[in-house]
Design a protein around this ligand. Structure first.
Ligand code: FAD
Length: 475
């Protein structure tokens, strides 16, 4: 007979949505259990955000070292390596895993500190409040009865039936664990995950080609924003085959050959050591009894309201399971909110904007409306733009020559900031300042009159605000 446990809050999935919800519920004194079928940390910590950023960092370090050993004196800064750097990818992956392991045990420690019980195993629901967990590595099961259930089951890489995953046709998860650098890599899909990984492997020395269905990269950003990335890709001989449709793969175990139709409808093939498929992610809605829980769906996602309530009383859902944007910080914000609502606090998920960052080369940040989106919403807009090429700190960091800038979109009548976008090296670190400005309903004058530290990249934000009045000081 299986053991029976009872709790006030049962969280399913210990990704950044679920573990944050569980910690906050525990902090608020609610008897909480969290069930995780793989490792605490979820996609984000184990096979997503963190491992990809570790690999991107290693690739950038390697590329910089290679520049110092090149014959181009402009790249040296007076620092010269007499030998070219070498890379041992399996050691890089070991280093990346050490970071993942540290974060995984950190999350387990935080759950324990908040008095949350972590049960390792796969949860399966027979009705909305009753779940059976098959414990990992054992035949034992536990039944859990809960007053509230928070579903945070997350998402998985989409596998296309025409491109089944194998040793050579891989998803981002396997790409983050390759033991050697593929000489050639074809990436199907030039969204942010494909671009981040493709750029990292190009820096490691792979010959990278993208096969992209649309006529541009990163369609969520306007062309002005994506141009510096396109320029970087071009400079590094990375080809993007636009308006191309992958139609299949011939994979006999050595060099897979990807078949696709080009923009003219002609059948083409391209051969590479690995084919990486990054065509999006799908919510994990199958195989754990969601159909027994009487929740409503919205397309492939679980439908929730602005408090993350599903159609079933006291069943909540958060994160990638409930829709776009599929981002870790959105999942965490929803998780924290739901725990507080269960504890009796008044909360709703109504952010002014959810910031999004692509850790490409250079990086892109988008918070709020672009000028076109603002016009489509009926605003008369003023736009101020300031280039990093005129920012001393950017030049001192060799980060001013990538075509980067900060752009502010404001309401012409009220000066209210509607959106802040940036492209350039290290701009991800500016994203929280942008989000804060929008969340606090700052006006352009608020930004202009905020003293910005010199020398920093953030000075470009203040100058972009001045530029909306045509009064930037340094350009
Ligand atoms: P997940 O993190 O997917 O966690 C869900 C957890 O639930 C998993 O651990 C799973 O094992 C568990 N689970 C599911 N079903 C069950 C069950 N029945 N029983 C027990 N356990 C179950 N986002 C960003 O914001 N910034 C980035 O830079 C970024 N980079 C990324 C890079 C890559 C390569 C990838 C793949 C993703 C990236 N993301 C990034 C997206 C981010 O990882 C997700 O948005 C985030 O992890 C979603 O959190 P979640 O809690 O909803 O789900």
């Amino acid at each position: 007979m299986s053991q029976i446990k009872q709790c006030q809050v049962l969280v399913v999935g210990a990704g950044p949505g679920g573990y944050v919800a569980a910690i906050r519920a525990g902090q608020l004194g609610l008897k909480t259990i969290i069930v995780e079928g793989e490792r605490a940390g979820g996609t984000c910590l184990i096979r997503g955000c963190i491992p990809s950023k570790a690999l991107i960092h290693a690739a950038t370090r390697f590329e910089h070292l290679a520049q110092h050993s090149s014959d181009d004196l402009n790249d040296h800064m007076g620092i010269r390596l007499t030998e070219k750097p070498k890379i041992n990818l399996s050691q890089t992956i070991e280093w990346k895993e050490s970071i993942v392991n540290k974060l995984n045990s950190g999350v387990e420690g935080l759950l324990k500190k908040a008095k949350v019980e972590l049960i390792k195993g796969w949860a399966n629901f027979s009705d909305a409040k009753t779940c059976t967990v098959k414990l990992s590595g054992s035949d034992e099961t536990i039944s859990i009865k809960a007053e509230h259930v928070i579903l945070a089951n997350g998402s998985s890489a989409t596998e296309l039936p025409i491109l089944p995953f194998s040793d050579n046709v891989i998803s981002s998860t396997e790409a983050l664990n390759l033991q050697s650098i593929p000489k050639s890599l074809v990436i199907v899909g030039a969204g942010y995950i494909g671009l981040e990984l493709g750029i990292a492997f190009a820096k490691f020395g792979s010959q990278v080609t993208f096969v992209e269905g649309q006529d541009r990269i990163l369609p969520l950003y306007d062309k002005e924003m994506t141009r510096p990335i396109e320029q970087w890709l071009k400079k590094h001989n990375i080809e993007i085959i636009y308006k191309a449709k992958a139609t299949g793969v011939e994979d006999k175990g050595f060099m897979p050959r990807l078949a696709y139709e080009n923009a003219a409808g002609e059948k083409q093939t391209i051969t590479a050591e690995k084919v990486l498929v990054t065509v999006g992610r799908r919510p994990n809605t199958k195989g754990w009894g969601l159909e027994n829980m009487c929740v409503d769906m919205s397309g492939p996602f679980v439908k929730v309201d602005n408090q993350c309530r599903t159609a079933m009383k006291n069943v909540w859902a958060i994160g990638d399971l409930v829709g776009e944007p599929m981002l870790a910080h959105k999942a965490s914000a929803q998780g924290e909110m739901v725990a507080e609502i269960i504890a009796g606090h008044k909360r709703a998920f109504e952010p002014v904007a959810i910031p999004a960052v692509c850790f490409t080369e250079p990086e892109i940040v988008g918070v709020g409306l672009t000028p076109d989106e603002a016009k489509a919403e009926g605003y008369e807009v003023k736009v101020g733009k300031f280039p990093f090429a005129a920012i001393g700190k950017a030049l001192a960091m060799q980060a001013g020559n990538d075509g980067g800038f900060v752009r502010i979109t404001a309401c012409a009548k009220t000066q209210l900031i509607l959106g802040i976008h940036a492209v350039g090296a290290h701009v991800a670190e500016l994203s929280n300042q942008f989000a804060l400005a929008l969340e606090m309903r700052a006006t352009v004058t608020d930004l202009v009159q905020t003293i910005h530290v010199h020398p920093t990249l953030g000075e470009a934000t203040m100058e972009a605000a001045m530029a909306t009045f045509g009064q930037a000081i340094h350009s």
